[in-house]
Design a protein around this ligand. Structure first.
Ligand code: SAM
Length: 283
């Protein structure tokens, strides 16, 4: 295997395959040799496990996943990377590369067809502009997966993994926490990438809840309440919920009282369990 954390090797590969980094595809490749083994280990790649990787770049993480997992399916949008990957990953027989936009892949079908009988984990170092849509798409489809381990911008990690209640949480925090138990794993500085981005990052892992907290038909109502509650985070729930859900302030106050909260409470003061309880009262 080529040493993909060596800048000269990367330059040589770029030259040999006529490849140049695309800013619009968020191509900042990892060059810190300690990061990918940690993502693969902490992301759960191991015996009996199938790993889905999103955004392979030159294959530095794909390689670490293939060393540990039974099988890796790697989804990469940029077709210019296919010949590079055929070369850098040639020693592995347990990798399948799919040249597609991850947001257009039928993940349920892919998991059924490629990973029968295996536990499945997802690992990704994605362009930052698609991290949230990809995370939410993976969570909302209720895929049969164990975890999603992903590199995100440091500020996004704080929001996605914020404790509830806390000042850092928002509607996305509640959604992530509804589907999973999120953890910040470790920080990754901007110097770990080539080319270096102008932000720092963190690797987070979302351990998917295998048992959901609400029946599917009640989820829509919960997310309506969550969206309304966090629509103006600094305002009281009495104000935000009565205007977003078109109900009386007294009704919101009574519902808050039922869950043991003051009428002046703000969304950031409620736990996920309290938001769920509130959504059961306000329908
Ligand atoms: N995993 C590699 C690494 O760590 O060095 C590459 C990471 S780079 C930040 C993101 C990768 O995602 C790029 O290879 C890019 O081409 C790919 N990508 C961008 N948008 C994508 C999409 N919609 N679907 C699949 N891959 C995508």
């Amino acid at each position: 295997m080529e040493n993909l954390s060596n800048i000269s090797v990367i330059r040589e590969l770029c030259e040999r395959f006529g490849f140049s980094f695309s800013k619009s595809l968020g191509q900042n490749f990892l060059i810190n040799p300690t990061v990918c083994p940690r993502i693969a280990e902490m992301g759960g790649a191991g015996k009996g496990v199938g790993a889905i990787e999103i955004g392979t770049g030159f294959g530095i993480l794909t390689h670490e996943l293939a060393l540990r997992a039974d099988k890796v399916v790697a989804i990469e949008l940029d077709s210019r990377l296919l010949p590079v990957l055929a070369y850098t990953l040639k020693e592995h027989e347990n990798i399948k590369v799919i040249n597609q936009d991850v947001l257009k892949v039928d993940m349920k079908k892919l998991i059924e067809e490629e990973f029968a009988g295996m536990d499945v984990v997802v690992c990704a170092n994605l362009p930052y502009y698609i991290t949230s849509p990809v995370i939410m798409a993976l969570l909302e489809q209720r895929l049969p997966i164990k975890s999603v381990t992903v590199m995100v911008q440091k500020e996004a990690a704080a929001r996605l993994c914020a404790p509830m209640p806390s000042r850092d949480c928002g509607a996305v925090t509640a959604a992530v926490r509804y589907y999973s138990e999120p953890k910040v794993l470790f920080p990754v500085g901007r110097g770990s990438f080539m080319p270096a981005p102008n932000v720092d990052s963190c690797v987070i892992r979302l351990d998917i809840r295998q048992q959901l907290l609400l029946p599917e038909e009640e989820e829509k109502n919960l997310f309506r309440v969550v969206k309304g509650a966090f629509s103006q985070r600094r305002k009281t729930l009495q104000n935000t919920l009565s205007s977003s859900l078109k109900i009386g302030k007294a009704e919101v106050a009574a519902a808050l009282e039922q869950i043991g909260q003051k009428p002046t409470a703000r969304a950031e003061e409620l736990s996920l369990e309290e938001l769920i309880a509130l959504s059961k009262i306000i329908r």
